[in-house]
Design a protein around this ligand. Structure first.
Ligand code: GLN
Length: 189
Protein backbone atom coordinates (compact mmCIF):
# COMPACT_ATOMS: atom_id res chain seq x y z
CA UNK A 1 0.00 0.00 0.00
CA UNK A 2 1.36 3.36 -1.01
CA UNK A 3 0.22 6.25 1.18
CA UNK A 4 1.12 9.88 0.58
CA UNK A 5 1.74 12.37 3.38
CA UNK A 6 1.34 16.03 2.44
CA UNK A 7 4.76 17.42 3.34
CA UNK A 8 4.55 21.17 2.85
CA UNK A 9 4.66 22.07 6.52
CA UNK A 10 3.75 20.62 9.91
CA UNK A 11 4.43 17.22 11.47
CA UNK A 12 4.39 15.04 8.38
CA UNK A 13 7.42 13.02 9.44
CA UNK A 14 5.67 11.46 12.45
CA UNK A 15 2.95 10.21 10.08
CA UNK A 16 5.57 8.82 7.72
CA UNK A 17 7.21 6.89 10.57
CA UNK A 18 3.85 5.55 11.81
CA UNK A 19 2.85 4.37 8.33
CA UNK A 20 6.17 2.58 7.91
CA UNK A 21 5.80 1.04 11.37
CA UNK A 22 2.49 -0.42 10.13
CA UNK A 23 4.07 -1.82 6.97
CA UNK A 24 2.78 0.75 4.45
CA UNK A 25 4.98 2.57 1.96
CA UNK A 26 4.98 6.30 2.77
CA UNK A 27 5.53 8.92 0.09
CA UNK A 28 6.12 12.59 0.94
CA UNK A 29 3.85 14.74 -1.23
CA UNK A 30 4.95 18.23 -2.28
CA UNK A 31 3.30 18.75 -5.65
CA UNK A 32 0.59 17.35 -7.88
CA UNK A 33 2.87 14.79 -9.54
CA UNK A 34 3.52 13.23 -6.13
CA UNK A 35 -0.22 12.51 -5.83
CA UNK A 36 -0.11 10.07 -8.71
CA UNK A 37 -0.41 6.34 -8.03
CA UNK A 38 -1.18 6.67 -4.34
CA UNK A 39 -3.69 4.42 -2.58
CA UNK A 40 -4.43 7.02 0.09
CA UNK A 41 -3.27 10.30 1.59
CA UNK A 42 -2.69 11.84 5.01
CA UNK A 43 -2.95 15.59 5.49
CA UNK A 44 -1.06 16.26 8.73
CA UNK A 45 -1.37 18.87 11.45
CA UNK A 46 0.33 22.23 11.09
CA UNK A 47 -1.34 25.50 10.14
CA UNK A 48 -4.19 25.22 7.68
CA UNK A 49 -3.69 28.85 6.61
CA UNK A 50 -0.05 28.03 5.79
CA UNK A 51 -1.15 24.98 3.76
CA UNK A 52 -3.50 27.16 1.76
CA UNK A 53 -0.70 29.66 1.12
CA UNK A 54 1.90 27.05 0.23
CA UNK A 55 -0.27 25.00 -2.12
CA UNK A 56 0.08 26.14 -5.69
CA UNK A 57 -3.17 26.51 -7.60
CA UNK A 58 -2.37 23.41 -9.59
CA UNK A 59 -1.55 21.27 -6.53
CA UNK A 60 -4.67 22.49 -4.72
CA UNK A 61 -6.79 21.49 -7.68
CA UNK A 62 -5.21 18.02 -7.90
CA UNK A 63 -5.51 17.65 -4.12
CA UNK A 64 -9.18 18.61 -4.28
CA UNK A 65 -9.80 16.02 -6.94
CA UNK A 66 -7.83 13.38 -4.97
CA UNK A 67 -9.68 13.79 -1.66
CA UNK A 68 -13.03 13.27 -3.40
CA UNK A 69 -11.82 10.12 -5.09
CA UNK A 70 -9.39 8.30 -2.80
CA UNK A 71 -9.13 7.50 0.94
CA UNK A 72 -7.82 10.50 2.82
CA UNK A 73 -7.13 11.12 6.51
CA UNK A 74 -6.73 14.64 7.90
CA UNK A 75 -5.40 15.33 11.38
CA UNK A 76 -5.94 18.71 13.06
CA UNK A 77 -5.04 21.27 10.36
CA UNK A 78 -5.61 18.39 7.92
CA UNK A 79 -9.14 17.93 9.30
CA UNK A 80 -9.70 21.66 8.77
CA UNK A 81 -8.59 21.31 5.15
CA UNK A 82 -11.07 18.46 4.54
CA UNK A 83 -14.09 20.07 6.21
CA UNK A 84 -17.15 21.35 4.45
CA UNK A 85 -17.26 24.53 6.56
CA UNK A 86 -14.47 26.30 8.44
CA UNK A 87 -14.97 29.09 10.99
CA UNK A 88 -12.75 31.42 13.02
CA UNK A 89 -12.05 32.87 10.63
CA UNK A 90 -14.06 31.53 7.73
CA UNK A 91 -11.79 29.90 5.14
CA UNK A 92 -12.35 27.52 2.26
CA UNK A 93 -12.53 23.79 2.96
CA UNK A 94 -12.24 20.99 0.42
CA UNK A 95 -15.69 19.67 1.38
CA UNK A 96 -14.53 16.05 1.48
CA UNK A 97 -16.33 15.35 4.76
CA UNK A 98 -19.60 16.87 5.92
CA UNK A 99 -18.43 18.60 9.10
CA UNK A 100 -18.30 22.19 10.31
CA UNK A 101 -15.14 22.95 12.20
CA UNK A 102 -13.97 25.92 14.28
CA UNK A 103 -10.25 26.62 14.34
CA UNK A 104 -8.38 27.12 17.64
CA UNK A 105 -11.62 26.50 19.51
CA UNK A 106 -10.45 25.25 22.88
CA UNK A 107 -9.08 28.55 24.17
CA UNK A 108 -5.62 29.51 25.31
CA UNK A 109 -5.49 27.72 28.63
CA UNK A 110 -6.57 24.49 27.10
CA UNK A 111 -5.11 24.89 23.69
CA UNK A 112 -2.68 22.03 24.09
CA UNK A 113 -3.62 19.07 26.23
CA UNK A 114 -3.50 15.27 26.43
CA UNK A 115 -6.70 13.40 27.27
CA UNK A 116 -8.02 9.86 27.08
CA UNK A 117 -11.35 8.66 25.79
CA UNK A 118 -13.31 5.53 25.00
CA UNK A 119 -13.57 4.98 21.25
CA UNK A 120 -14.92 2.69 18.57
CA UNK A 121 -11.40 1.36 18.05
CA UNK A 122 -11.40 -1.16 20.90
CA UNK A 123 -11.63 -1.45 24.66
CA UNK A 124 -8.34 0.28 25.53
CA UNK A 125 -8.77 4.04 26.06
CA UNK A 126 -7.51 6.19 23.22
CA UNK A 127 -4.89 8.85 24.01
CA UNK A 128 -5.57 12.16 22.29
CA UNK A 129 -2.91 14.86 21.93
CA UNK A 130 -4.56 18.22 21.19
CA UNK A 131 -2.43 21.10 19.90
CA UNK A 132 -4.30 24.35 19.23
CA UNK A 133 -7.06 22.05 18.18
CA UNK A 134 -10.16 22.84 16.18
CA UNK A 135 -13.61 21.77 17.38
CA UNK A 136 -16.04 19.86 15.20
CA UNK A 137 -19.27 21.78 15.74
CA UNK A 138 -21.57 19.93 13.37
CA UNK A 139 -21.50 16.52 11.73
CA UNK A 140 -23.70 15.68 8.76
CA UNK A 141 -25.98 12.64 8.66
CA UNK A 142 -23.55 10.36 6.86
CA UNK A 143 -20.71 11.01 9.32
CA UNK A 144 -19.78 8.34 11.82
CA UNK A 145 -18.28 9.48 15.14
CA UNK A 146 -15.51 7.11 16.29
CA UNK A 147 -14.37 9.07 19.35
CA UNK A 148 -15.43 12.19 21.27
CA UNK A 149 -13.97 14.68 23.72
CA UNK A 150 -16.83 15.23 26.16
CA UNK A 151 -19.59 15.96 23.65
CA UNK A 152 -17.40 17.07 20.76
CA UNK A 153 -16.65 14.53 18.03
CA UNK A 154 -12.86 14.25 17.62
CA UNK A 155 -12.47 11.29 15.27
CA UNK A 156 -14.96 10.98 12.43
CA UNK A 157 -15.38 9.07 9.21
CA UNK A 158 -17.55 9.46 6.14
CA UNK A 159 -17.07 7.05 3.28
CA UNK A 160 -13.39 6.99 2.44
CA UNK A 161 -12.51 10.07 4.46
CA UNK A 162 -11.37 10.22 8.09
CA UNK A 163 -10.65 13.29 10.20
CA UNK A 164 -9.21 13.73 13.69
CA UNK A 165 -8.91 16.98 15.63
CA UNK A 166 -6.05 15.48 17.66
CA UNK A 167 -2.62 14.08 16.71
CA UNK A 168 -2.65 10.24 16.74
CA UNK A 169 0.84 10.23 15.18
CA UNK A 170 2.21 11.63 18.47
CA UNK A 171 0.88 8.76 20.63
CA UNK A 172 2.31 5.25 20.78
CA UNK A 173 -1.08 3.75 20.00
CA UNK A 174 -1.19 2.72 16.34
CA UNK A 175 -4.94 2.01 16.14
CA UNK A 176 -6.06 5.21 14.42
CA UNK A 177 -3.60 4.83 11.54
CA UNK A 178 -4.38 1.10 11.39
CA UNK A 179 -8.07 2.00 11.01
CA UNK A 180 -7.21 4.31 8.12
CA UNK A 181 -5.10 1.61 6.45
CA UNK A 182 -8.04 -0.78 6.83
CA UNK A 183 -10.20 1.76 5.02
CA UNK A 184 -7.62 2.04 2.24
CA UNK A 185 -7.48 -1.74 1.93
CA UNK A 186 -11.19 -2.54 2.13
CA UNK A 187 -12.82 0.63 0.85
CA UNK A 188 -15.57 2.42 2.76
CA UNK A 189 -18.15 0.51 4.76
N1 GLN B 1 -4.46 25.78 14.77
C1 GLN B 1 -4.16 25.11 13.53
C2 GLN B 1 -5.06 25.63 12.40
O1 GLN B 1 -5.95 26.34 12.64
C3 GLN B 1 -4.28 23.61 13.69
C4 GLN B 1 -3.34 23.12 14.73
C5 GLN B 1 -2.71 21.79 14.46
O2 GLN B 1 -2.74 21.27 13.35
N2 GLN B 1 -2.08 21.26 15.47
O3 GLN B 1 -4.86 25.33 11.28
Amino acid sequence: MKIGVLALQGDFDAHRRRLEELGAEAVLVRNSDDLENLDGLIIPGGESTAFLKLLSEDTLETLNEFVHRKPTFGTCAGAIMLAREVENPRQPGLNAIDISIRRNAYGRQNDSTILETASALGSEPLEMVFIRAPRIERVGKGVEVLASRDRDPVLVRQGQVMAATFHPELSHDTRVHAEFLKLVKNGSK
